[in-house]
Unconditional design. Structure first.
Length: 265
């Protein structure tokens, strides 16, 4: 379960000072989670991170957890190396042109933090709705009168909505290890998935949600695909269909009046 920015697992503020209580890296899901905590704790703008201060505090956090193993520390030290590199880049004298946002050495890190923050908020939303969703699933299942076919291709595709998509996403994301949920150096974005949706619509007309997933072991890849489908549905670019609750998702052009059977490749 994801922890809140301001508190640790016990609900107490985490102190990184020598006089505070023992700091545990296990209170966070990874280096990005720790960075977001420090940014909020220092009331910084995520688009204008004070790298020098954040780097110093990040290193202090690493040195404040005597119980952390080398395996637990590896990702955090990789992030520390990235922060030190960015800090060194920003200390170098630059011309005015090199100070443009496009050349800001913090840019990649900021993009990663924003994507992770979106994913974290989405996960929190799913946790808040979990009980409501489980109740709805039980009621919906009890109202079905026809049994599901053994072969999914024999089942009709019926219209689905954003809540159906959210429930399917929630069932898929539970299979991922939350401690390895985000890879800092993984390059994937929602805009890339939206572009892929347009490409698949042009090439195939109808396609499955699974066609949007390029790395099935990546929770970030899955989350970006999910958010891209939500965005495309809201903008009336696509419609979504399902065989059954938590079943596979068929994506079709919004202009399609009926739920077609999937076109074979």
């Amino acid at each position: 379960m994801m922890q809140d920015f301001d508190n640790d697992a016990n609900g107490e503020p985490i102190s990184v000072s020598s006089t505070g209580r023992t700091f545990h890296l296990s209170d966070f899901e990874g280096p990005l989670d720790l960075l977001l905590y420090l940014i909020k704790k220092n009331e910084m703008n995520i688009y204008d991170i004070h790298i020098s201060s954040i780097t110093e505090q990040f290193l202090q956090c690493l040195n404040s957890d005597p119980s952390a193993s080398l395996d637990e520390l590896s990702d955090f030290y990789q992030m520390a190396a990235t922060l030190l590199y960015i800090k060194s880049r920003m200390l170098l004298p630059n011309s005015q042109d090199e100070l443009d946002e496009i050349d800001d050495p913090r840019r990649m890190l900021i993009d990663q933090l924003i994507e992770y923050h979106r994913y974290k908020k989405l996960s929190e939303l799913m946790e808040q709705r979990e009980m409501e969703v489980e109740w709805f699933v039980e009621r919906s299942s009890s109202q079905r009168t026809l049994p599901f076919a053994d072969n999914p291709d024999d089942e009709p595709w019926i219209p689905a909505d954003s809540w159906d998509l959210l429930r399917t996403f929630a069932s898929m994301i539970r299979h991922f290890d939350s401690e390895r949920i985000i890879d800092l150096y993984e390059e994937v974005s929602i805009n890339e998935k939206i572009a892929l949706i347009h490409e698949l619509l042009d090439k195939k007309g109808n396609f499955r949600f699974d066609d949007l997933i390029s790395r099935h072991s990546s929770a970030l890849d899955l989350a970006c695909a999910f958010l891209a489908v939500l965005d495309s549905t809201k903008n009336r670019i696509i419609s979504i269909r399902q065989h059954r609750l938590f079943g596979d998702i068929l994506i079709i052009p919004y202009s399609s009046p009926e739920a077609p059977h999937e076109r074979t490749a």
